[in-house]
Design a protein around this ligand. Structure first.
Ligand code: CTP
Length: 415
Protein backbone atom coordinates (compact mmCIF):
# COMPACT_ATOMS: atom_id res chain seq x y z
CA UNK A 1 0.00 0.00 0.00
CA UNK A 2 2.72 2.49 -0.95
CA UNK A 3 2.16 6.20 -1.62
CA UNK A 4 -0.89 6.50 0.59
CA UNK A 5 -1.30 9.22 3.14
CA UNK A 6 -3.57 9.58 6.15
CA UNK A 7 -4.34 12.66 8.20
CA UNK A 8 -4.21 11.45 11.80
CA UNK A 9 -6.07 13.47 14.44
CA UNK A 10 -4.77 12.56 17.91
CA UNK A 11 -7.34 13.32 20.61
CA UNK A 12 -6.80 13.72 24.33
CA UNK A 13 -6.97 10.37 26.09
CA UNK A 14 -4.61 7.98 27.82
CA UNK A 15 -4.65 5.82 24.66
CA UNK A 16 -3.03 8.68 22.69
CA UNK A 17 0.41 7.11 23.24
CA UNK A 18 -0.67 4.19 21.03
CA UNK A 19 -1.05 6.59 18.11
CA UNK A 20 2.77 6.72 18.08
CA UNK A 21 2.92 2.96 17.51
CA UNK A 22 0.21 3.35 14.87
CA UNK A 23 2.26 5.96 12.96
CA UNK A 24 5.28 3.63 13.02
CA UNK A 25 3.32 0.57 11.86
CA UNK A 26 1.71 2.52 9.04
CA UNK A 27 5.09 3.92 8.01
CA UNK A 28 6.44 0.37 7.72
CA UNK A 29 3.67 -0.34 5.24
CA UNK A 30 4.40 2.75 3.17
CA UNK A 31 1.47 4.77 4.55
CA UNK A 32 2.52 8.30 5.54
CA UNK A 33 0.86 10.11 8.46
CA UNK A 34 0.39 13.86 8.64
CA UNK A 35 -0.79 14.67 12.16
CA UNK A 36 -2.98 17.08 14.08
CA UNK A 37 -2.67 16.86 17.86
CA UNK A 38 -5.55 18.48 19.79
CA UNK A 39 -4.88 20.69 22.81
CA UNK A 40 -5.98 17.83 25.12
CA UNK A 41 -3.96 15.36 23.05
CA UNK A 42 -0.81 17.39 23.79
CA UNK A 43 -1.26 16.54 27.48
CA UNK A 44 -0.57 12.88 26.55
CA UNK A 45 1.85 13.01 23.59
CA UNK A 46 4.14 15.83 22.56
CA UNK A 47 4.04 17.28 19.03
CA UNK A 48 7.82 16.74 19.00
CA UNK A 49 7.55 12.94 19.41
CA UNK A 50 4.71 12.79 16.83
CA UNK A 51 6.80 14.84 14.41
CA UNK A 52 9.88 12.66 14.98
CA UNK A 53 7.94 9.48 14.17
CA UNK A 54 5.92 10.84 11.26
CA UNK A 55 8.88 12.81 9.84
CA UNK A 56 6.48 15.66 9.16
CA UNK A 57 5.45 18.96 10.64
CA UNK A 58 2.67 18.53 13.23
CA UNK A 59 -0.36 20.83 13.24
CA UNK A 60 -1.91 21.98 16.51
CA UNK A 61 -3.57 25.36 16.17
CA UNK A 62 -6.35 26.69 13.97
CA UNK A 63 -5.09 30.27 14.23
CA UNK A 64 -1.41 29.68 13.56
CA UNK A 65 -0.47 32.21 10.90
CA UNK A 66 2.69 30.32 9.92
CA UNK A 67 0.70 27.11 9.34
CA UNK A 68 -2.01 28.93 7.41
CA UNK A 69 0.61 30.50 5.15
CA UNK A 70 2.13 27.05 4.52
CA UNK A 71 -1.06 25.01 4.23
CA UNK A 72 -4.52 26.44 5.01
CA UNK A 73 -6.76 24.33 7.26
CA UNK A 74 -9.16 23.64 4.39
CA UNK A 75 -6.31 22.35 2.26
CA UNK A 76 -5.00 20.32 5.22
CA UNK A 77 -8.41 18.64 5.59
CA UNK A 78 -8.20 17.40 2.01
CA UNK A 79 -4.52 16.53 1.88
CA UNK A 80 -4.92 12.81 2.62
CA UNK A 81 -6.61 9.69 1.26
CA UNK A 82 -8.26 9.04 4.65
CA UNK A 83 -8.74 10.95 7.91
CA UNK A 84 -8.22 8.82 11.02
CA UNK A 85 -9.23 10.10 14.46
CA UNK A 86 -7.29 8.05 17.03
CA UNK A 87 -8.05 8.07 19.83
CA UNK A 88 -11.52 9.48 19.09
CA UNK A 89 -12.66 10.90 22.42
CA UNK A 90 -16.31 11.36 23.41
CA UNK A 91 -15.73 15.11 23.08
CA UNK A 92 -14.29 14.93 19.54
CA UNK A 93 -17.14 12.68 18.40
CA UNK A 94 -19.75 14.98 19.97
CA UNK A 95 -18.23 17.97 18.18
CA UNK A 96 -18.17 16.14 14.86
CA UNK A 97 -21.78 15.05 15.30
CA UNK A 98 -22.92 18.59 16.03
CA UNK A 99 -20.79 20.10 13.27
CA UNK A 100 -18.84 22.35 15.64
CA UNK A 101 -15.73 24.03 14.26
CA UNK A 102 -14.00 25.76 17.15
CA UNK A 103 -10.54 24.23 16.89
CA UNK A 104 -8.29 22.75 14.20
CA UNK A 105 -9.47 19.12 14.62
CA UNK A 106 -13.22 19.88 14.49
CA UNK A 107 -12.80 22.41 11.67
CA UNK A 108 -10.86 19.85 9.67
CA UNK A 109 -13.58 17.23 10.16
CA UNK A 110 -16.26 19.69 9.06
CA UNK A 111 -14.34 20.96 6.03
CA UNK A 112 -13.31 17.61 4.57
CA UNK A 113 -14.76 15.56 1.75
CA UNK A 114 -12.32 12.70 2.49
CA UNK A 115 -13.55 9.44 4.14
CA UNK A 116 -13.26 9.52 7.94
CA UNK A 117 -12.44 6.63 10.30
CA UNK A 118 -12.91 7.12 14.06
CA UNK A 119 -11.18 4.83 16.55
CA UNK A 120 -12.82 5.45 19.92
CA UNK A 121 -11.23 5.05 23.34
CA UNK A 122 -12.81 6.26 26.56
CA UNK A 123 -14.04 5.28 29.98
CA UNK A 124 -16.72 2.56 29.86
CA UNK A 125 -19.46 4.79 31.37
CA UNK A 126 -18.70 7.52 28.84
CA UNK A 127 -18.85 4.94 26.03
CA UNK A 128 -22.17 3.54 27.24
CA UNK A 129 -23.75 6.95 27.90
CA UNK A 130 -26.86 7.57 25.80
CA UNK A 131 -25.34 10.79 24.42
CA UNK A 132 -22.21 9.01 23.11
CA UNK A 133 -24.22 6.17 21.61
CA UNK A 134 -26.59 8.70 19.98
CA UNK A 135 -23.60 10.57 18.52
CA UNK A 136 -22.02 7.39 17.18
CA UNK A 137 -25.29 6.34 15.52
CA UNK A 138 -25.50 9.80 13.89
CA UNK A 139 -21.87 9.73 12.74
CA UNK A 140 -22.42 6.31 11.13
CA UNK A 141 -25.57 7.62 9.49
CA UNK A 142 -23.47 10.52 8.14
CA UNK A 143 -21.07 8.03 6.52
CA UNK A 144 -18.26 8.06 9.11
CA UNK A 145 -16.77 4.65 9.95
CA UNK A 146 -16.62 4.22 13.73
CA UNK A 147 -14.71 1.14 14.94
CA UNK A 148 -16.00 -0.68 18.01
CA UNK A 149 -13.68 -0.34 21.01
CA UNK A 150 -12.19 -3.40 22.68
CA UNK A 151 -13.51 -4.68 25.96
CA UNK A 152 -11.31 -5.22 29.03
CA UNK A 153 -9.59 -3.61 32.00
CA UNK A 154 -9.20 0.14 31.59
CA UNK A 155 -6.49 2.53 32.73
CA UNK A 156 -9.04 4.08 35.13
CA UNK A 157 -9.51 0.72 36.89
CA UNK A 158 -12.97 -0.04 35.45
CA UNK A 159 -13.82 -2.91 33.12
CA UNK A 160 -15.89 -3.01 29.93
CA UNK A 161 -16.00 -1.68 26.36
CA UNK A 162 -13.98 1.47 25.73
CA UNK A 163 -10.38 0.32 25.25
CA UNK A 164 -8.64 1.38 22.05
CA UNK A 165 -8.66 -1.56 19.57
CA UNK A 166 -5.27 -3.28 19.18
CA UNK A 167 -2.96 -1.41 16.79
CA UNK A 168 -2.77 -4.29 14.21
CA UNK A 169 -6.60 -4.20 13.99
CA UNK A 170 -6.56 -0.43 13.44
CA UNK A 171 -3.89 -0.85 10.75
CA UNK A 172 -6.02 -3.54 9.04
CA UNK A 173 -9.09 -1.27 9.07
CA UNK A 174 -7.07 1.66 7.66
CA UNK A 175 -5.69 -0.55 4.87
CA UNK A 176 -9.21 -1.80 4.07
CA UNK A 177 -10.56 1.77 3.94
CA UNK A 178 -7.67 2.93 1.74
CA UNK A 179 -8.15 -0.01 -0.62
CA UNK A 180 -11.90 0.70 -0.88
CA UNK A 181 -11.31 4.40 -1.57
CA UNK A 182 -8.68 3.52 -4.19
CA UNK A 183 -10.98 1.13 -6.05
CA UNK A 184 -13.78 3.73 -6.12
CA UNK A 185 -11.34 6.45 -7.24
CA UNK A 186 -9.90 4.18 -9.94
CA UNK A 187 -13.29 3.62 -11.47
CA UNK A 188 -16.17 5.46 -9.83
CA UNK A 189 -18.72 4.49 -12.43
CA UNK A 190 -17.75 0.91 -13.16
CA UNK A 191 -21.38 -0.26 -13.07
CA UNK A 192 -22.83 2.66 -15.00
CA UNK A 193 -25.61 1.54 -17.32
CA UNK A 194 -26.41 -1.53 -15.21
CA UNK A 195 -29.65 -1.96 -13.33
CA UNK A 196 -29.35 -3.72 -9.97
CA UNK A 197 -32.33 -5.02 -8.05
CA UNK A 198 -31.75 -5.61 -4.32
CA UNK A 199 -34.14 -7.01 -1.71
CA UNK A 200 -33.54 -6.34 1.97
CA UNK A 201 -35.04 -6.54 5.44
CA UNK A 202 -37.77 -8.86 6.71
CA UNK A 203 -41.22 -9.39 5.28
CA UNK A 204 -44.38 -9.04 7.39
CA UNK A 205 -47.11 -11.63 6.96
CA UNK A 206 -50.44 -10.34 8.31
CA UNK A 207 -52.57 -12.39 10.69
CA UNK A 208 -55.16 -9.68 11.16
CA UNK A 209 -55.08 -5.85 10.83
CA UNK A 210 -52.83 -5.48 13.91
CA UNK A 211 -50.75 -8.68 14.04
CA UNK A 212 -48.13 -10.19 11.75
CA UNK A 213 -45.45 -12.88 11.51
CA UNK A 214 -41.95 -11.55 10.83
CA UNK A 215 -38.27 -11.91 11.81
CA UNK A 216 -35.38 -9.92 13.27
CA UNK A 217 -33.63 -8.93 10.01
CA UNK A 218 -32.12 -5.44 10.40
CA UNK A 219 -31.76 -4.86 6.65
CA UNK A 220 -28.26 -3.44 7.20
CA UNK A 221 -26.35 -5.72 4.81
CA UNK A 222 -28.91 -5.28 2.02
CA UNK A 223 -28.93 -1.49 2.42
CA UNK A 224 -25.12 -1.39 2.31
CA UNK A 225 -25.12 -3.49 -0.87
CA UNK A 226 -27.71 -1.23 -2.50
CA UNK A 227 -25.58 1.81 -1.59
CA UNK A 228 -22.30 0.24 -2.79
CA UNK A 229 -23.86 -0.68 -6.16
CA UNK A 230 -25.34 2.81 -6.55
CA UNK A 231 -21.99 4.38 -5.59
CA UNK A 232 -20.42 2.23 -8.32
CA UNK A 233 -22.71 3.87 -10.85
CA UNK A 234 -25.53 1.32 -11.14
CA UNK A 235 -29.18 2.31 -11.19
CA UNK A 236 -30.48 0.53 -8.09
CA UNK A 237 -33.99 -0.53 -7.10
CA UNK A 238 -34.13 -1.42 -3.40
CA UNK A 239 -37.24 -3.42 -2.42
CA UNK A 240 -37.37 -3.55 1.35
CA UNK A 241 -39.48 -4.75 4.23
CA UNK A 242 -39.86 -2.49 7.28
CA UNK A 243 -36.52 -1.66 8.97
CA UNK A 244 -35.23 1.20 11.07
CA UNK A 245 -32.67 2.39 8.51
CA UNK A 246 -33.03 5.33 6.16
CA UNK A 247 -32.71 4.12 2.55
CA UNK A 248 -29.61 5.34 0.68
CA UNK A 249 -30.37 8.60 -1.13
CA UNK A 250 -29.16 7.37 -4.52
CA UNK A 251 -31.53 4.38 -5.01
CA UNK A 252 -35.14 3.90 -6.12
CA UNK A 253 -36.80 2.74 -2.94
CA UNK A 254 -39.84 0.45 -2.92
CA UNK A 255 -41.21 -0.28 0.57
CA UNK A 256 -43.27 -3.46 0.93
CA UNK A 257 -44.58 -5.66 3.73
CA UNK A 258 -45.69 -9.21 2.76
CA UNK A 259 -43.53 -11.53 0.63
CA UNK A 260 -46.07 -11.56 -2.16
CA UNK A 261 -45.78 -7.77 -2.47
CA UNK A 262 -41.98 -8.13 -2.49
CA UNK A 263 -42.23 -10.57 -5.40
CA UNK A 264 -44.66 -8.28 -7.28
CA UNK A 265 -42.35 -5.27 -6.73
CA UNK A 266 -39.33 -7.26 -7.96
CA UNK A 267 -41.14 -8.45 -11.07
CA UNK A 268 -42.31 -4.90 -11.77
CA UNK A 269 -38.70 -3.69 -11.51
CA UNK A 270 -37.43 -6.09 -14.21
CA UNK A 271 -35.53 -6.08 -16.49
CA UNK A 272 -32.39 -5.93 -14.36
CA UNK A 273 -28.79 -6.97 -14.97
CA UNK A 274 -28.09 -7.86 -11.35
CA UNK A 275 -30.35 -9.31 -8.66
CA UNK A 276 -29.06 -9.50 -5.09
CA UNK A 277 -31.55 -11.25 -2.82
CA UNK A 278 -30.60 -10.24 0.70
CA UNK A 279 -34.10 -10.12 2.22
CA UNK A 280 -35.04 -12.50 5.02
CA UNK A 281 -38.27 -13.51 3.34
CA UNK A 282 -40.75 -15.28 5.67
CA UNK A 283 -40.99 -18.87 4.43
CA UNK A 284 -44.65 -19.11 5.45
CA UNK A 285 -47.64 -16.84 5.91
CA UNK A 286 -51.00 -17.34 7.67
CA UNK A 287 -53.35 -19.11 5.23
CA UNK A 288 -55.90 -16.40 5.86
CA UNK A 289 -55.48 -12.87 7.13
CA UNK A 290 -58.60 -11.85 9.07
CA UNK A 291 -59.93 -8.48 7.99
CA UNK A 292 -61.04 -7.73 11.57
CA UNK A 293 -58.90 -7.99 14.69
CA UNK A 294 -59.04 -11.54 16.12
CA UNK A 295 -60.74 -11.39 19.55
CA UNK A 296 -59.73 -13.72 22.38
CA UNK A 297 -63.18 -13.52 24.00
CA UNK A 298 -65.08 -14.41 20.80
CA UNK A 299 -63.33 -17.75 20.47
CA UNK A 300 -60.91 -16.52 17.77
CA UNK A 301 -58.10 -17.75 20.03
CA UNK A 302 -59.00 -21.29 18.98
CA UNK A 303 -58.35 -20.32 15.40
CA UNK A 304 -55.03 -18.71 16.36
CA UNK A 305 -54.09 -21.77 18.43
CA UNK A 306 -54.21 -23.86 15.27
CA UNK A 307 -52.80 -21.24 12.98
CA UNK A 308 -52.72 -22.62 9.46
CA UNK A 309 -49.72 -21.56 7.41
CA UNK A 310 -49.07 -21.74 3.69
CA UNK A 311 -45.74 -21.44 1.91
CA UNK A 312 -44.66 -18.08 0.52
CA UNK A 313 -43.27 -17.76 -3.00
CA UNK A 314 -39.49 -18.12 -3.20
CA UNK A 315 -38.55 -14.79 -4.77
CA UNK A 316 -34.93 -15.74 -5.47
CA UNK A 317 -35.87 -19.03 -7.13
CA UNK A 318 -38.70 -17.37 -9.08
CA UNK A 319 -36.46 -14.69 -10.57
CA UNK A 320 -33.56 -17.04 -11.31
CA UNK A 321 -35.85 -19.45 -13.18
CA UNK A 322 -37.40 -16.79 -15.38
CA UNK A 323 -37.22 -17.57 -19.08
CA UNK A 324 -37.67 -13.94 -20.09
CA UNK A 325 -35.88 -11.20 -18.21
CA UNK A 326 -33.79 -13.42 -15.96
CA UNK A 327 -31.20 -11.03 -14.51
CA UNK A 328 -27.69 -11.74 -15.87
CA UNK A 329 -26.20 -12.22 -12.45
CA UNK A 330 -28.42 -13.63 -9.67
CA UNK A 331 -26.92 -13.61 -6.16
CA UNK A 332 -28.59 -15.24 -3.18
CA UNK A 333 -27.73 -15.23 0.51
CA UNK A 334 -27.59 -18.27 2.74
CA UNK A 335 -27.71 -17.75 6.47
CA UNK A 336 -26.56 -20.98 8.07
CA UNK A 337 -25.53 -22.05 11.55
CA UNK A 338 -23.47 -25.13 10.53
CA UNK A 339 -21.97 -26.85 7.45
CA UNK A 340 -22.14 -23.38 5.88
CA UNK A 341 -20.45 -24.07 2.54
CA UNK A 342 -22.12 -27.43 1.93
CA UNK A 343 -25.60 -25.98 2.50
CA UNK A 344 -24.75 -22.91 0.43
CA UNK A 345 -23.69 -25.09 -2.48
CA UNK A 346 -26.96 -27.04 -2.30
CA UNK A 347 -28.90 -23.76 -2.17
CA UNK A 348 -26.98 -22.48 -5.21
CA UNK A 349 -28.18 -25.45 -7.23
CA UNK A 350 -31.72 -25.61 -5.80
CA UNK A 351 -32.39 -21.92 -6.36
CA UNK A 352 -30.45 -21.87 -9.65
CA UNK A 353 -28.57 -18.73 -8.79
CA UNK A 354 -25.12 -17.80 -10.03
CA UNK A 355 -23.48 -16.94 -6.71
CA UNK A 356 -24.36 -17.46 -3.07
CA UNK A 357 -23.04 -15.33 -0.25
CA UNK A 358 -22.99 -17.75 2.64
CA UNK A 359 -22.77 -16.44 6.16
CA UNK A 360 -22.36 -18.24 9.42
CA UNK A 361 -25.03 -16.78 11.71
CA UNK A 362 -24.20 -18.98 14.69
CA UNK A 363 -22.42 -16.03 16.41
CA UNK A 364 -23.36 -12.35 16.75
CA UNK A 365 -23.68 -11.55 13.02
CA UNK A 366 -27.45 -10.96 12.87
CA UNK A 367 -28.32 -7.35 13.58
CA UNK A 368 -24.60 -6.51 14.07
CA UNK A 369 -22.44 -4.28 11.90
CA UNK A 370 -19.94 -6.93 10.86
CA UNK A 371 -20.25 -9.99 8.68
CA UNK A 372 -18.09 -12.99 7.85
CA UNK A 373 -19.04 -14.47 4.51
CA UNK A 374 -17.95 -16.97 1.89
CA UNK A 375 -18.61 -16.21 -1.77
CA UNK A 376 -19.70 -19.49 -3.37
CA UNK A 377 -19.83 -19.83 -7.16
CA UNK A 378 -20.36 -23.05 -9.14
CA UNK A 379 -16.60 -23.59 -9.48
CA UNK A 380 -14.97 -21.97 -6.46
CA UNK A 381 -15.47 -20.59 -3.02
CA UNK A 382 -13.76 -17.65 -1.44
CA UNK A 383 -13.78 -17.06 2.33
CA UNK A 384 -13.64 -13.36 3.20
CA UNK A 385 -12.28 -12.39 6.60
CA UNK A 386 -14.65 -10.79 9.11
CA UNK A 387 -15.24 -7.17 8.13
CA UNK A 388 -17.83 -4.42 8.44
CA UNK A 389 -21.01 -4.86 6.41
CA UNK A 390 -20.18 -1.80 4.31
CA UNK A 391 -16.83 -3.37 3.38
CA UNK A 392 -18.57 -6.63 2.46
CA UNK A 393 -20.89 -4.56 0.25
CA UNK A 394 -18.00 -2.71 -1.43
CA UNK A 395 -16.11 -5.94 -2.02
CA UNK A 396 -19.19 -7.54 -3.53
CA UNK A 397 -19.69 -4.48 -5.77
CA UNK A 398 -16.05 -4.93 -6.91
CA UNK A 399 -16.65 -8.61 -7.70
CA UNK A 400 -19.83 -7.76 -9.60
CA UNK A 401 -18.00 -5.08 -11.60
CA UNK A 402 -15.25 -7.63 -12.41
CA UNK A 403 -17.93 -10.04 -13.61
CA UNK A 404 -19.31 -7.46 -16.05
CA UNK A 405 -15.94 -6.06 -17.12
CA UNK A 406 -15.33 -6.69 -20.76
CA UNK A 407 -18.92 -7.68 -21.44
CA UNK A 408 -19.55 -4.48 -23.37
CA UNK A 409 -22.51 -2.19 -22.84
CA UNK A 410 -25.27 -3.00 -20.38
CA UNK A 411 -27.68 -5.55 -21.76
CA UNK A 412 -30.72 -4.31 -19.94
CA UNK A 413 -30.68 -0.84 -18.52
CA UNK A 414 -34.21 -0.30 -17.26
CA UNK A 415 -35.46 3.26 -17.15
N1 CTP B 1 -35.41 -16.23 -0.34
C1 CTP B 1 -36.41 -15.69 -1.16
N2 CTP B 1 -37.70 -16.02 -0.96
C2 CTP B 1 -38.07 -16.87 0.02
C3 CTP B 1 -37.07 -17.43 0.87
C4 CTP B 1 -35.76 -17.08 0.67
O1 CTP B 1 -36.07 -14.93 -2.06
N3 CTP B 1 -39.34 -17.16 0.18
C5 CTP B 1 -34.00 -15.93 -0.61
C6 CTP B 1 -33.29 -15.09 0.43
O2 CTP B 1 -33.38 -13.71 0.12
C7 CTP B 1 -31.87 -15.60 0.34
C8 CTP B 1 -32.02 -17.05 -0.07
O3 CTP B 1 -33.33 -17.15 -0.63
O4 CTP B 1 -31.17 -14.98 -0.71
C9 CTP B 1 -31.84 -18.07 1.02
O5 CTP B 1 -32.79 -17.97 1.98
P1 CTP B 1 -32.85 -18.99 3.19
O6 CTP B 1 -33.94 -18.54 4.10
O7 CTP B 1 -31.48 -19.16 3.78
O8 CTP B 1 -33.21 -20.32 2.46
P2 CTP B 1 -34.42 -21.22 2.57
O9 CTP B 1 -34.96 -21.36 1.20
O10 CTP B 1 -35.39 -20.73 3.58
O11 CTP B 1 -33.77 -22.58 3.03
P3 CTP B 1 -33.51 -23.15 4.51
O12 CTP B 1 -34.58 -22.59 5.41
O13 CTP B 1 -33.58 -24.60 4.32
O14 CTP B 1 -32.14 -22.70 4.91
Amino acid sequence: MADKRILLIIGGGIAAYKSLELIRELGRRGIASRCIVTRAGQEFVTPLSVSALSCEKVFTDLFDLDDEAEMGHIQLSRSADLIVVCPATADLMAKATAGLANDLASTTLLATDTPVLMVPAMNVRMWEHAATQRNIAQLREDGVTVMDPDEGAMACGEFGPGRLPEVPNIVAEIEAQLAAAASVQANPSRLRGRHALVTAGPTREPLDPVRFLSNHSSGRQGYEIAKALADAGAKVTLVSGPVELAPPTNVDFVPIEPARDMLAACEAALPADIFVSVAAVADWRPAQAANKKLKVKDGDADAAGTLKLVENPDILATLSRKKKHRPDLVIGFAAETHDVEAYARKKLKRKRCDWIIANDVSGDIMGGRENEVTLVTPDRSEAWSRMSKDRVAEKLADRIAEHFRGQGPAVLAAE
